[in-house]
Design a protein around this ligand. Structure first.
Ligand SMILES: [Zn+2]
Ligand SMILES: [Zn+2]
Length: 258
């Protein structure tokens, strides 16, 4: 059994005009039995929850992506209120993205702090997105005592020092299809070194389809390609990697396990 720890089912279904029932059935055929549907804006939150509502194998998060401009700005209170639902297992995705945004990004840092405060208030882990901003991301996680709730550095693409610093703060490291890309040499090295008990796998569907599906709209079923690639890279059977990444997921995101 595998878990896709990060996907955007609402975007996948809308963009590709797919029925969520088919997406979930296709995932199940590949032994992908659970997925976490990650929120990117408050505007899209209600329709996302409505879409996944009939599907207990889908859990969800609440948060506003660091790339979102001209969107409703989440206050701590609003996030806390929306996070009360039992279906919400995490806060995010949140973090810093200095690659896609420019200018004075104080608003992004403020938004990130706000998510961390909400996560600590509700006692749910964080889903952190970081791009071209590793130092500030780690600094803010430390300043805001994010280690109290922990979480995951999703779609990890940073170096080993960053992975280690994040793990020291109690975070997990999640690998996406990027690790299967030929030019991701340094990342493959990081993926060999991350301890089993800190690893997660994800698709970030509909983005970042792994080899051999690169360039296509990604889907949760294809987390299997990510897992197969990582298992080979780490020299272990797929079953073992599937087993520990699934256990890590449930330990991190199940209220009963916390
Ligand atoms: Zn992201
Ligand atoms: Zn995402």
């Amino acid at each position: 059994m595998l878990v896709d720890s990060h996907c955007h089912l609402d975007m996948l279904c809308a963009q590709q005009q797919l029925d969520i029932a088919d997406v979930i059935a296709e995932a199940k055929e590949q032994a992908v039995e659970h997925m976490l549907c990650v929120s990117v804006s408050l505007e899209r939150f209600a329709p996302m929850m409505e879409l996944i509502e009939p599907w207990p194998q889908v859990s969800a998060s609440v948060g506003v992506h660091p790339d979102g401009r001209d969107v409703e700005e989440p206050g701590v209170e609003r996030l806390v209120a929306l996070a009360q639902s039992g279906r919400i297992v995490a806060i995010g995705e949140t973090g810093l993205d200095y690659f896609r945004s420019e200018g004075d990004l104080e608003w992004q840092r403020e938004r990130f702090r706000c998510h961390i405060r909400a996560a600590r208030q509700v006692g749910k882990p964080l889903i952190v997105h970081t791009r071209a901003a590793r130092e500030d991301t780690l600094a803010i996680l430390r300043e805001e005592q994010a280690g109290e709730v922990g979480g995951v550095m999703h779609c990890f693409t940073e170096d080993w020092d960053t992975a280690r610093a994040a793990m020291d703060l109690g975070f997990h490291i999640s690998f996406s299809g990027i690790v299967t890309f030929k030019n991701a040499v340094d990342l493959k090295d990081v993926a060999r070194k991350v301890p089993a008990e800190r690893m997660l796998v994800e698709t970030d569907s509909p983005y970042l389809a792994p080899v051999p599906r690169r360039g296509k709209p990604n889907r949760p079923a294809w987390v299997r390609h990510v897992a197969e690639y990582l298992a080979e890279l780490r020299g272990e059977p797929l079953e073992r990697l599937a087993d520990y990444t699934t256990r890590n997921f449930h330990r991190l995101f199940s209220p009963a396990a916390r």
